[in-house]
Design a protein around this ligand. Structure first.
Ligand SMILES: *Cc1c(COP(=O)(O)O)cnc(C)c1O
Length: 298
């Protein structure tokens, strides 16, 4: 297994539309940090694993869909750092397992399938108590690593990266965006591209995350979030929906710039940014696009 590389590589992306708009474009390749535990999922796991160790809990229990990057990374991290892992998977078992779940099992993760109705109750005390009865004292990490420990890890993503005007990233829960805004200065800004349809609901979720984080005693590089906004119209029909246009864009982008993109998250954000540069939304500034990983899902 390969080492975890930090700081990650920054790669310049040269293209005519950038030159025309006087935009300097760069990608932060979190996808290259580790072959199995990469992208933002490593940062979201880090302090959850630290807390589990501190509390001497040896089993991690977490949640996800059948193609979840978080399930994949948690299984690998559990194997690497010596935790037993249990994955509660939404929906029913399909044999043969898809490559994500096959990998999780090969890393030693125990998979439990729960129906969609029950899965919706994953945040309730009722279900959490049932899980405790069944599995004993386990360390629970919410779906996607979306908690304050996860956010704390994301305050470290840009720790060594200074000097960009605008940071762009794909958003699922917004945890990564929320964490990153607490590591920038007020002259910088963050633009999130929700991959779910109707992504403006994230304004409230992200504000709540920020409020809760700043009310906690967790450390923060800055005490006030940098300005941020969402661009919610590059979801391509909704979560995990893929169109031919998106696929062609990703293939073309990889050929031209040698950067592979996933169809669920990074492909949509990179598409959105290139489209917005062409339309004059970005001008005379430097942009850093966060490659949050997710390539296992392709
Ligand atoms: C999980 C994931 C995201 C979304 O992260 P959030 O913190 O939930 O917004 C973005 N990109 C990739 C590749 C992911 O796996």
């Amino acid at each position: 297994m390969s080492a975890i590389f930090f700081p990650p590589l920054i790669q310049q992306i040269n293209s005519e539309i950038c030159a025309n708009a006087d935009v300097k474009l760069f990608g932060l390749r979190l996808d290259l940090m580790h072959s199995q535990i990469n992208g933002n999922k490593w940062f979201k796991l880090k302090y959850n694993l630290v807390e589990a160790k501190e509390r001497k809990l040896t089993t991690i229990l977490t949640f996800g869909g059948a193609y979840s990057n978080h399930i994949y990374a948690t299984a690998a991290a559990g194997n690497l750092f010596g935790f037993r892992t249990i994955g509660l998977i939404r929906g029913e078992e399909n044999i043969p397992l898809n490559p994500t779940l096959e990998f999780a099992v090969a890393q030693g993760m125990q998979l439990i399938y729960i129906d969609r109705q029950t899965y919706k109750k994953r945040h309730t005390e009722e279900l959490q108590n049932q899980l405790k009865q069944r599995f004993g004292e386990v360390f629970m990490i919410p779906e996607g690593g979306c908690n304050l420990n996860g956010m704390r890890g994301c305050t470290e993503i840009l720790q060594t990266v200074k000097g960009f005007d605008t940071i762009c990233l794909a958003c699922g829960t917004g945890t990564t965006l929320a964490g990153m805004t607490l590591s920038l200065n007020q002259e910088q800004k963050v633009i999130g591209f929700p991959v779910l349809k109707g992504g403006d609901f994230l304004y409230e979720d992200i504000n709540n995350l920020l409020t809760n984080y700043l009310a906690s005693d967790l450390p923060t590089p800055v005490n006030f979030p940098a300005p941020w906004q969402l661009v919610s119209d590059y979801h391509f029909g909704g979560y995990a929906k893929v169109t031919n246009k998106l696929k062609l864009f990703c293939q073309d982008f990889q050929e031209q710039h040698d950067i592979p993109l996933d169809y669920v998250y990074t492909g949509k954000m990179f598409y959105g940014v290139m489209d917005l540069i062409a339309k004059g939304f970005f001008k005379s500034e430097s942009l850093l696009l966060i490659h949050t990983g997710g390539l296992q899902g392709n």
